[in-house]
Design a protein around this ligand. Structure first.
Ligand code: 13P
Length: 258
């Protein structure tokens, strides 16, 4: 069975004491979780400290970004090797805020993806269209472009180590969640791209997450959609109760499939 993911992207929120408090509370609430893979992506400053707390748990740690170089004169940047040394297993790449607020290009993201794989981190590649792109009928073209640029030239084995998050920019932090149909359509398109580049089997194996205004109130309906293999959660991942509830939705769905 495919292991669905419930991941929290904290963005620029929570200092070290707040991060530790969250983790201690969350671990108590996840005691009955069996099948969902839970990933926390805190700010860089909290990685080491909560990595220590998570060591004996099944919760995984991810970073929100990294640089593509190994080391050097890149003031303010963090390398893949540094992330490995603070217990990271995953790294989010190409988040829409990186693309649109910080001007990251498809080429930067491709270089980061290759470096993450070389250093044995598992990338979660984010793709998604803006409202304007959707309204002008360009959603599929945007997804194709972002997908192809990121995964160009990858081997099957490297692709297997990646996950993809479809995050429509208009749904991020807006309270406007994609409908199951809108999300399914985008996920199906992404899966077809994988099938064409690699194989149908690999396309089925890959985990494609949905992100954008996921909340406890909409998680059950979204996760029941065939194409959605988990969530990348922003705002609702900042509160223990709401994140634990979303994790529970993912786990309940998986247990019902057994
Ligand atoms: P929200 O859940 O706050 O809409 O954010 C989604 C997101 O950007 C996760 O990476």
């Amino acid at each position: 069975m495919k292991r669905y993911i419930a991941a929290a992207n904290w963005k620029m929120n929570k200092d070290v004491p707040e991060s530790r408090e969250f983790v201690k509370e969350l671990l108590k609430k996840l005691l009955n979780i069996k099948d969902a893979e839970v990933i926390l992506c805190p700010p860089f400053t909290s990685l080491f400290s909560i990595g220590e707390l998570l060591k004996k748990s099944k919760v995984r740690l991810g970073a929100q970004n990294m640089h593509f170089a190994d080391s050097g004169a890149f003031t303010g940047e963090i390398s893949a090797g540094m992330l490995k040394s603070v217990y990271c297993e995953y790294v989010i790449l190409g988040h829409s805020e990186r693309r649109h607020v910080f001007g990251e290009t498809d080429e930067d993201i491709h270089k980061k993806l290759l470096k993450a794989l070389e250093k044995e981190l598992k990338p979660i590649l984010c793709v998604g269209e803006t409202l304007e792109e959707r309204q002008s009928g360009r959603t599929i073209d945007v997804l194709k472009q972002q997908y192809r640029a990121a995964f160009d030239g990858l081997s099957d084995n490297d692709m297997r180590r990646c996950a993809i998050a479809y995050e429509p920019v208009w749904a991020i932090g807006t309270g406007v969640v994609a409908t199951p149909e809108q999300a399914s359509e985008a996920h199906r398109e992404i899966r077809q791209l994988i099938a064409r580049q690699f194989s149908g089997d690999l396309a089925q194996e890959m985990r494609i997450l949905y992100g954008g205004s996921v909340k406890p109130e909409n998680a059950d309906e979204l996760i029941a959609t065939d194409e959605i293999d988990g969530f990348l959660v922003g705002g609702a991942g900042l509160k223990v109760d709401s994140f634990a509830s979303i994790v529970q939705s993912v786990d309940n769905y998986l247990q019902a499939q057994e």
